[in-house]
Design a binder for this molecule. Structure first.
Ligand SMILES: Cc1cc2nc3c(=O)[nH]c(=O)nc-3n(C[C@H](O)[C@H](O)[C@H](O)COP(=O)(O)O)c2cc1C
Length: 383
């Protein structure tokens, strides 16, 4: 099919993936109110058109955490995205490296840190969850250091996982043992290309970094059971001392949605935050990130680097997030859809699309540099 935008990548992913995997990636928690708000609030922000300003030369480069990069974007951590295509995270890290932007490997990836480090063309970021087993966290952090990761994204908005109804309907959650496995197998049979590419040729490390703690269990339901039981609800600000003792590089807290938490992040010495509601997959009903971002930027924009994600589905949306106060933008489902649709080439194509859409948005709002993007390019103060 012809792919002209990220909505087309989504449709191609829907056709390519077994239903349980597509719905896992596409869905949000509970009634999916926040998931919809992320997309709608961002898309509703009106850009201010300016003309006749000689826009023949644009500079889209930006510096994040000491590295100059081609665009102010990074690929967000997406758990199990590696199942969207064969050894998927390795394909995505290559595409990100080729486009000169950071890739973030999730704790709960399909490929291991070592495998991704071997595939990578450039340093990548590692995302860590708070896990009950501190020894396992230490081990992962040591692997991230060994892999040369250039930043740590510590995700703080998952003390407990939100409930995602779609995963119950597809048998990914809640139908243990043979029943769930047979149900998913039937869905996989309806997607023979994926079944061969990932299910057969993509093995054996299907459960990546967490394989050692699963102790020989390889089922996807074993993996989800481990997630439910091992995410640590006691997570608190003092845990950052533990992280800091094991990780000396840039530290980014992901999942901040409130200015007071953002101030606390600045006070604990984080280098950056990601304004995020986990793509509407945690507490349904919280505000969209577009709505939360301006107050957070006012509170801490001069003290740490603010990244934002949630609902970004075009280069225009990237420019909108920058105008609301982000210094960089994380792309979530956008890259996961592209990977499912066309592998590494799909992620590269998606990033080229984002860049060309950003160029149009910058040209017609009259800004030639990323640093010039602020609320002046909006028709009115949005929230
Ligand atoms: C399928 C899926 C899996 C995710 N897994 C992780 C994860 O492992 N770690 C994490 O910090 N965030 C995870 N996220 C959240 C993303 O990093 C990001 O915050 C979110 O996707 C942004 O919203 P968007 O998809 O609308 O762009 C996941 C999101 C999705 C859709």
């Amino acid at each position: 099919m012809i792919i002209a935008n990220i909505a087309d990548f989504r449709e191609a992913a829907r056709r390519r993936l077994p239903r349980f995997l597509f719905e896992y990636m596409d869905g949000g928690s509970y009634a999916e109110v926040t998931l919809r708000r992320n997309v709608d609030d961002l898309g509703d922000i009106a850009l201010r058109q300016r003309v006749l300003r000689d826009m023949s030369s644009l500079d889209l480069t930006t510096e994040l955490f000491g590295h100059r990069q081609s665009l102010p974007v990074a690929l967000a951590p997406i758990g199990l995205a590696g199942l969207n295509a064969r050894r998927g995270e390795c394909q995505a890290v290559r595409a990100a490296g080729g486009a000169d932007i950071p890739f973030t490997l999730s704790t709960v990836s399909a490929c291991t840190l070592g495998e991704v480090a071997t595939a990578a063309r450039a340093p990548f970021w590692f995302q860590l969850y708070m896990i009950r087993d501190r020894g396992f966290m230490k081990d992962l952090l040591a692997q991230a250091v060994e892999a040369g990761c250039s930043a740590l994204v510590f995700t703080v908005d998952m003390p407990v996982p939100g409930s995602r109804y779609r995963d119950y309907r597809t048998g990914l959650a809640g139908a243990p043992g043979m029943k769930g496995a047979l149900w998913r197998f039937a869905q996989a049979l309806l997607r023979p290309h994926w079944a061969l590419d990932v299910g057969v040729l993509g093995r054996p490390h299907a459960l990546g970094n967490v394989a050692p703690v699963l102790k020989g269990k390889t089922g996807i339901e074993d993996f989800f059971a481990w997630m439910r039981n091992n995410f640590d609800p006691s997570i608190n600000w003092r845990d950052l001392d533990f992280i800091r003792s094991e990780w000396k590089g840039p530290l980014i807290l992901k999942g901040i949605l409130d200015p007071d938490d953002a101030k606390a992040a600045a006070e604990t010495g984080a280098d950056g935050i990601v304004v995020s509601n986990h793509g509407g997959r945690q507490l349904d009903g919280v505000p969209s990130t577009a709505r939360a971002l301006p107050a957070i930027a006012d509170a801490v924009g001069d003290r740490l680097t603010i990244l934002a994600d949630g609902g970004v589905r075009s280069g225009l949306d990237v420019v909108r997030m920058l105008a609301l106060g982000a210094k960089g933008v994380m792309l979530g489902r956008a890259w996961a859809y592209a990977l499912a649709a066309r592998g590494e080439a799909g992620v590269s194509q998606m990033l080229a699309l984002i860049e060309s859409e950003m160029r149009v948005a910058m040209t017609l709002t009259g800004v030639t540099q990323i640093a010039e993007i602020n609320q002046d390019i909006l028709v009115r103060k949005p929230f």
